[in-house]
Write a protein that binds this ligand. Sequence first.
Ligand SMILES: Cc1cc2nc3c(=O)[nH]c(=O)nc-3n(C[C@H](O)[C@H](O)[C@H](O)COP(=O)(O)OP(=O)(O)OC[C@H]3O[C@@H](n4cnc5c(N)ncnc54)[C@H](O)[C@@H]3O)c2cc1C
Length: 415
Amino acid sequence: MHVIVVGAGIVGVCTAYYLRQLGHEVTVLERRGGAAQETSFGNAGVIAPGYVTPWAAPGMPRKVLSYLFSTEAPVLFRPTANPALWRWLLRWLGECRLARYRVNKARMQRLAFYSRDELRSLSASKGIRFEHTQGYLQLFRTERDLAMNAPARAMLDEAGVPYQLLDSQACRQLEPGLNESTPLQGGLYLPEDEAGNCPMFARSLRTIAEENGVAFSFNRHVQRILIEGDRATGVIVDDRPVHADAIVIAAACDSVPLLNKVGVRVPIYPIKGYSATVQLEPSAVGPRHALMDEAYKTALTPFSNRMRIAGTAEIGDHNLDLRDAALRTLLRVANDWFPGVGRYSEAQFWVGARPMLPDGPPLLGRTRHRGLFLNLGHGSTGWAMACGSGRILADLISDRDPEISLEGLTIERYR
Ligand SMILES: Cc1cc2nc3c(=O)[nH]c(=O)nc-3n(C[C@H](O)[C@H](O)[C@H](O)COP(=O)(O)OP(=O)(O)OC[C@H]3O[C@@H](n4cnc5c(N)ncnc54)[C@H](O)[C@@H]3O)c2cc1C
C-alpha cells in the first residue's frame, strides 16, 4: 500500500518508520527543510508517562484567572475575538471537572506507557542515542504546591506507578547542584520516567527510515486533501496531485485547515510555549535528572553539557514571537535552582505551539473518509507519545489490532 504522511515532526517520523516496518511504501511530505523543525524542535524532552496529565484539570480555570493580568505567569490567557478560541475554552472548562480529568488522564497514560515501551525497544534495537537521562523529579517550593499534587499521587497509587515522596534534604541528595537558598518543601521522584533530545531522536529515526526505503520529501507544502466519493485518494502539493492508498495527517496545529476543507473538524488550538538552552560551565553541577518546578511549571532538563529550560503556556495568541517576559521567567527559574552553572547570557531561545485538544488525549486513527487517518493533537506530551502513536497508526492501516485499546483516543469521542 502507498501511504502519504503529512508532517515530519516527531509524530510523522515515527509513523513513517513503523509503516515501513510493516511493508508499506511510504512518502513523507514536509514543508520545512528537515525533520522536527517545528514543535518537536525545542521541547523540554520529558518522557514521563507517570506524570502525563491533561491541562484540563480541577483548579486550572482558577489558576488561569489568577494570572490574567500578570506578564510573568506560567499560564497566560490572552483573550481574542477568535470564535475557535472561545469554543475551545468552553470545551476545556467542561473537561476540568474531576471526573473528566480522571478519564482523560487515564487515556493519556495508557498511550504514554505503551509509547515509552516502544521508544525503549526501538532505541535499544537500533542503537539510537538521544542524550537520554533516567528519572524525573518534581520540585515543590511550598506546602501548597505539595498539597495540589495530592490527586496526581492518588492516581499514581491506583495505577501502581512507582514514586518516592522526598523531603528537601533527599531532593538535594538526588540533585546536589540545587541552590540551598531557594525554598524547597519537597519533591516527587518518578524513577521510571525519563528524558531525551526529541529532534536528535527524530533525525536518527528519519535516517534509519530512509535507509529502509521511506521517501522524505522536504520543502513540500500540502495544500489540500483529495476526496473522491467516500475515499481520500491523495493530496495536492505545490499545486500538483500526489496519489496514495492512505494518508496520515500528522501536521500538528496546521492539520486543522487541511481537515476543515474535507469536513473533518478537530478542535486543536495552539498553546504557545518557550524554551532556553544554555551551555553549562565545564566544572558546574547542573541537573542530573529532568526536573519540574511545579510552581512555575518549568522543566529543567540536562542534555549532555547543556541545560534546556522550558515552560509557559499562552492561550489565545497565534503569533510565534519570542516574548521577553516569558524568557526572563525561564531564566529566573533556572537561576533560582542553578545559579551560575550555565552561560545564561548566551541562552538560545525558542518558541513553539503545542497542538492542544481541549480534553488532553490526542486523536488517532480513522476518519469518516476511507483512507484518511489522523495522528495529531498530542499537546504538551507529543514526544512522550510519538512512538506508541506511530505504531498504532501503522497497525490500523495494516488492518492489525493495535496492542492497546483505542477507547477515548479516536475522533469518535467528539461525535
Ligand atoms: C515549550 C514546550 C515544551 C514541551 N515539552 C514537552 C516534553 O517535555 N515532552 C513531550 O512529550 N512533549 C513536549 N512538548 C510537546 C511536543 O513538543 C509536541 O507535542 C510534539 O512536538 C508534537 O509533534 P508533532 O509531530 O505532532 O508536531 P510538529 O513537530 O509541529 O510537526 C508537524 C509538522 O507538520 C508540518 N506541516 C504542517 N502543515 C503542513 C503542510 N500543510 N504541509 C506539509 N507539512 C506541514 C510542520 O512543518 C511540522 O514539521 C512541548 C512543547 C512545547 C511548546
